[in-house]
Design a protein around this ligand. Structure first.
Ligand SMILES: [Fe+2]
Length: 644
């Protein structure tokens, strides 16, 4: 952790003045969450809770229990219709262990449709925070609201947009369109100096333990924790859950010296299914659909890792339009087209990683910069034959009310979609006639957008000239961070853009409605509006947040250092520890044998408060049992370690 926040400085001041041994600090939630690398009040469920993949009668619930020994843990769970758990409608026990990184994920079935539930877990003498979730409707519904988000890069900035989403009480689900984590080393892509939020591990993530630690680090963020506590998430992955600009068998950010790509992808896939509330399936398929009754079918695509042919580098590549260049594998493409054709719901919501609409950027070479025409070859733009196949399928079958929601590019865009956007005989940009579907692209939660990547002047130039070449483009905004609220009724689909007032570099930024676009049912083109869609008539009761008002003891040993994970155990050659320090102090890490004799001191130095990834080689030890001691000035933890 690069930042010494005010609280940490205050703690150091108190400790250095010698009267801190039993100090208790009364803190509000923001100060505590931002100042401590973990929140001790959440023990042993430091990562909070989450839910996802809602059906009319089932929902996935999730937590992670931080173990005190590397052995299986029985975790009890219960679900109720009220926050006091007076009306428990389901309960059970789930055994987790190191094979799944002590994550807990289960499908609670037999639920009522369109119903809000509360759930919690207990283990190791602790109880988790309470989560709130909601099942999908079965049949009629009057009003649905979805959060639409993507691209939360921890080291770029604060997740305030998640914090604002958490405060809403009428969201059916949050559609997360990918880039839930980023794979780079600390200081790599997107690192914002003035924010100073590093992450763990420090290096680019390649192995299973790396991906697990990265997810763990992100999931300790208070804003993300609150959003996942309050709403079910429907997540798909984009490239950075594995590596930048990924395709089926490789990625732009994977080099031969980083090992076998298939191994890396397998590790990333395993960690994804462990650490996010996606419903398990035998083939670990990410594309899937959700019925929201008569109102909507939500079709979530995997344009990234399932069947994609490698990107071309230039628009002039002769293979660009080859019919056997795939974006979705043939099976997924057929499933997608069938999903659109067979849907009997009013709205077909397509959750998709990358910009779908046609992009006319060739002319930008002259007015923007030479080579601009190659900018978007990682999107559907680089797979024009497949994009036209989808557009023609919608047009030829007279499929109404398709709404694409998209992430990946970190800027706000919205489009009408037609078979020929620049042919005025086919599409009229003024009236919208000839548009067959619409698309809304969400800005990033916290990942560089174009002013941060290109500079403010270049970004505003792009935003000013792009619509001139793209008559079907209804909105382009390249500076703000935030999210979209997708609001569905029988009459219209509205997409409202909410932006952070203070950007991603200030914690806990407030937000404002910026602009909205809607399509009336069966009209399939966008209209602008200055008025956000109204809230639902019924507002749900939020799940209580015990971190909102709490007391933290700074000297209780268990609250001083937290050992989040030991990978692997038993081990052969290397051991990786992930631990967090609540305050800056001397840290001593040592290995003892079964008789209590010191084998080796691994670390003995001062460390600032933060989260640490510590790897050591111990392959030369004889097989057997050892004890790992992590000690600080105020206490410590011991973990049994087995050399095999
Ligand atoms: Fe991204």
């Amino acid at each position: 952790m690069k930042n010494l926040h005010i609280l940490t400085i205050l703690l150091l001041f108190i400790i250095s003045n010698g009267f801190a041994q039993d100090v208790n600090l009364h803190l509000n939630s923001r100060a505590a969450d931002e100042s401590l690398p973990f929140n001790p009040i959440l023990e042993p469920f430091y990562h909070g809770v989450a839910s996802g993949d809602p059906l009319a009668d089932a929902v996935v619930i999730w937590t992670r229990v931080t173990p005190t020994a590397d052995e299986p843990i029985d975790v009890n769970w219960e679900m109720a219709t009220d926050t006091a758990f007076a009306d428990v409608i389901a309960s059970g026990m789930f055994t987790t262990d190191a094979d799944r990184d002590y994550t807990v994920k289960l499908d609670v079935v037999g639920l009522d449709a369109a119903t809000t539930y509360y759930y919690r877990f207990s283990a190791l003498d602790g109880t988790s925070i309470t989560g709130r979730t909601r099942t999908a409707p079965d049949g009629a519904s009057e009003h649905l609201k979805f959060g639409v988000v993507s691209c939360n890069n921890y080291q770029s900035g604060y997740f305030s947009a998640f914090g604002r989403l958490a405060e809403r009480n009428d969201i059916d689900a949050v559609l997360h369109l990918g880039d839930f984590i980023y794979e780079y080393h600390t200081g790599g892509y997107g690192y914002t100096e003035e924010v100073g939020r590093g992450h763990q591990p420090d290096h680019e993530i390649l192995e299973l333990s790396d991906y697990r630690i990265r997810y763990s680090y992100y999931r300790l963020d208070a804003d993300l924790r609150r959003a996942m506590q309050q709403h079910p998430f429907i997540l798909i992955w984009d490239d950075h859950e594995v590596a930048n600009d990924a395709w089926l068998n490789g990625a732009n950010n994977h080099t031969p010296n980083e090992g076998d790509y298939a191994d890396r992808k397998n590790a990333a896939t395993q960690a994804l299914f462990e650490w996010v509330p996606i419903r398990d399936n035998a083939t670990q398929t990410v594309y899937r659909s959700f019925s929201y009754g008569n109102m909507a079918d939500v079709i979530m695509l995997d344009t990234r890792h399932e069947g994609r042919t490698q990107q071309v580098d230039t628009l002039e590549d002769p293979t660009l339009t080859d019919p056997d260049r795939y974006l979705l594998g043939p099976e997924q493409m057929q499933w997608f087209k069938d999903g659109l054709s067979n849907s009997t719901a009013t709205w077909k919501v397509v959750g998709n990683q990358i910009v779908f609409a046609q992009l006319f950027v060739q002319e930008l070479d002259a007015t923007f910069f030479d080579g601009a025409r190659h900018l978007f070859l990682d999107t559907w733009y680089g797979y024009p034959t497949k994009r036209e196949e989808v557009i023609n399928h919608i047009a030829d079958n007279d499929i109404d009310n398709t709404v694409f929601v998209t992430g990946d590019v970190h800027i706000s865009l919205s489009f009408d979609i037609s078979t020929a956007p620049r042919d005025t005989l086919v599409y009229n940009a003024e009236s919208g006639m000839g548009s067959i579907a619409v698309e809304a692209v969400t800005p990033s939660i916290s990942s560089d957008n174009y002013d941060e990547l290109l500079g403010a002047g270049v970004a505003s130039l792009l935003a000013s000239i792009f619509p001139g070449y793209n008559p079907h483009n209804k909105h382009i905004e390249v500076v703000h961070h935030g999210y979209i609220i997708l609001d569905l009724t029988a009459e219209k689909a509205q997409m409202d853009y909410y932006y952070l007032d203070n950007g991603m570099t200030t914690p806990d930024s407030p937000e404002s409605f910026f602009t909205g676009f809607y399509t009336n049912v069966n009209e399939n083109y966008l209209n602008p509006t200055d008025v956000p869609a109204p809230p639902k008539t019924t507002q749900e009761i939020p799940a209580p947040d015990p971190t909102a008002d709490m007391t933290i003891s700074t000297t209780t040993p268990n609250e001083d250092i937290l050992l989040l994970s030991v990978y692997p155990n038993p081990y052969r050659d290397f051991v990786t520890l992930n631990y967090a320090l609540a305050q800056t102090q001397q840290v001593h890490i040592a290995l003892y044998d079964a008789t209590g004799k010191l084998v080796k001191t691994l670390y003995n130095d001062r460390q600032i408060a933060g989260n640490y990834d510590f790897r050591f080689a111990a392959g030369d030890l004889v097989t057997g049992m050892y004890f790992l001691h992590l000690n600080t000035e105020h206490g410590g933890v011991v973990r049994k370690l087995v050399k095999e």
